[in-house]
Design a protein around this ligand. Structure first.
Ligand SMILES: *Cc1c(COP(=O)(O)O)cnc(C)c1O
Length: 212
């Protein structure tokens, strides 16, 4: 099932769009199954869970941190994380920079933007992001682009507006900032996100089944 889900999904999205298989809450065995299709990019939202899985699974897996990240936990993932999607403050960025330096590597990051109407979603406003871009001086962090989550809703016009606003902001800065990654779209809205210009989607339940 998992293997089929991945291969079908890959067949239906453009080759220019990168798929992150979101494996949070799912056991090692299910990830192993997905890995056997040749898929290497997996997303987790908790530091401890991701670290444990990374220790036990093949080393060529690329781990994506997609959940809210506390500064005091950056050190646990800094040695191996492939891309952090959820940077939402200068202070977090500085901590990532520091830990990257300690590990003698450069860590790729995305800035998480708040595009949803819901109150609970983390992320930077466009104004806060403008400010962050002016104030950051990081030698060991490379910002590759932006991440955003749309409102949990079926209202296509609202989703389109939210994805569109992120794509707009991305386009405004991509040349100057040398951005190449726009992470938007999940199981329920990835098709629309791709139509709106996403080139990285984070899909969990469509691959691994629903979480309780
Ligand atoms: C859980 C999660 C996803 C995947 O959600 P699905 O609806 O299961 O595809 C994507 N992005 C983030 C940030 C998540 O926390």
């Amino acid at each position: 099932m998992i293997k089929e889900n991945i291969t079908t999904l890959l067949k239906t999205i453009p080759t220019t769009v990168k798929l992150i298989a979101v494996s949070k809450t799912k056991p090692i065995e299910r990830i192993q199954e997905a890995y056997e299709t040749g898929h290497l990019d997996f997303g987790e939202n908790k530091v401890q869970e991701m670290s444990e899985k990374a220790t036990r699974l093949p080393k060529d897996i690329q781990w994506h941190m997609i959940g809210h990240l506390q500064r005091n936990k950056v050190k646990y993932i800094a040695p191996f994380v492939s891309l952090i999607h959820s940077v939402d403050s200068v202070r977090l960025l500085r901590e990532i920079d520091k830990q990257a330096q300690k590990n003698d590597r450069i860590i790729d990051c995305l800035l998480q933007m708040r595009i949803a109407r819901e109150e609970t979603k983390f992320g930077l406003t466009f104004n806060a992001c403008d400010e962050l871009l002016q104030n950051m001086q990081c030698s060991h962090v490379r910002i590759r682009g932006l991440m955003g989550m749309a409102t949990f809703s079926d209202d296509q016009s609202q989703l389109k507006e939210e994805f569109g606003s992120l794509k707009n902001y991305f386009d405004k800065h991509k040349n100057e900032c040398q951005w190449d990654t726009l992470s938007m779209g999940m199981s329920g809205d990835y098709e629309l996100a791709i139509a709106c210009g996403s080139n990285m989607i984070r899909v969990g339940s469509r691959i691994f089944g629903s979480r309780n």
